[in-house]
Design a protein around this ligand. Structure first.
Ligand code: SAM
Length: 305
């Protein structure tokens, strides 16, 4: 039994300590963050380690070859993606245990953050093989650092579900979340997600960070229906990579903010033929939502009907 395993090794979860006081015979895996756009964001430490390690496990070896070429490095690449990660883990684990030193990178940003690597890292930790983070770019942190929304607490939600019903369900489940919400999104689902956010969170501030660290980097912010409308009006901007950040629920108001429940009421009033303006006025009296946001919300539902 390794001296680093301080409790029963047969248990799936046991106390392990990795650090200078607990050296192991094995090599280690460096989990290295790479740029999300701007090559100069690769740290000096990351560059040195990518040169020194025996091999680099990469999500897409062709993509990562371009990075290595730009750095003038010839370190061998091994593919590790969501479809072969379990099998790769079986081959890489004994190599690391035998003393090899490897690196894990993804196409961009920090591995494991909506990128492959969890199975490998989990297995190495369970086998007491050291895993060493080499921090650097990640779109979630870059976006939050410049968005102007509260960052003392935030909830990273990754990608919303692709299907409309599930997407709405996922958003509804977050209605009372008071932390700033962060989502990743691809260009072909951006408008659908913005529309769903505008409907579910009509009074929330939404910041869309686009193409961070790249030539067409942009931040678009406003109330969620305004941001949705802006992208509808500027379809040429719906390309590239996006981070969506939504201000959290006002804790004092979250009781009143079961916004999605209002949808049925809005639809019923629209079905009765009430004008959008009148519906917005009624709901302004009956709820704590702002009139402008309600107007946009009702109009959106009317347009969709
Ligand atoms: N591991 C990466 C990280 O640490 O940010 C995330 C990988 S995930 C597969 C890709 C998503 O991250 C994109 O669809 C986009 O939502 C976000 N993303 C990555 N690079 C970005 C950038 N330069 N600007 C804005 N969003 C970005």
């Amino acid at each position: 039994m390794s001296s680093n395993i301080l409790s029963d090794p047969d248990l799936t979860v046991s106390l392990r300590v990795q650090g200078p006081d607990n050296p192991t015979e094995s090599g280690c895996l460096y989990v290295i963050a790479t740029p999300i756009g701007h090559l100069e964001d690769l740290s000096a430490r990351a560059t040195r380690l990518l040169d020194e390690v025996d091999w680099i496990a990469a999500e897409d070896t062709r993509h990562s070859q371009t990075l290595l070429q730009a750095l003038g490095l010839k370190t061998p690449l091994i593919s590790l993606h969501e479809h072969n990660e379990a099998a790769r883990t079986q081959t890489l684990l004994p190599r690391l245990q035998a003393g090899e030193v490897g690196a894990l990178i993804s196409d961009a940003g920090t591995p494991l953050i909506n990128d492959p690597g969890y199975t490998l890292v989990r297995s190495l930790r369970q086998a007491n093989v050291p895993v060493v983070p080499v921090p650097g770019p990640s779109a979630v942190i870059a976006a939050l650092s410049a968005a102007g929304l509260p960052t003392d607490r935030f909830a990273y939600e990754g990608f919303l579900p692709a299907k409309a019903g599930k997407r709405q369900q996922a958003l509804k489940a977050l209605l009372r979340e008071t932390r700033t919400l962060v989502f990743y999104e691809s260009p072909h689902r951006l408008l659908a997600s913005l529309q769903a956010m505008a409907e579910c969170f009509p009074e929330r501030e939404l910041v869309v960070a686009k193409e961070l660290t790249k030539r067409f980097e942009a931040f678009v912010s406003g109330l969620s229906p305004e941001v949705h409308q802006w992208f509808c009006d500027h379809p040429e901007t719906v390309r590239g990579e996006f981070v969506l950040m939504l201000s959290g629920a006002d804790s004092k108001r979250s009781e009143a903010e079961d916004g999605c429940d209002l949808e049925a009421l809005i639809d019923a009033m629209l079905a009765q033929g009430l004008p959008v303006k009148q519906i917005a006025e009624i709901l302004t009296l009956a709820t704590e939502h702002k009139k402008k946001a309600l107007y946009q919300w009702v109009q959106t539902r009317k347009d969709r009907a």
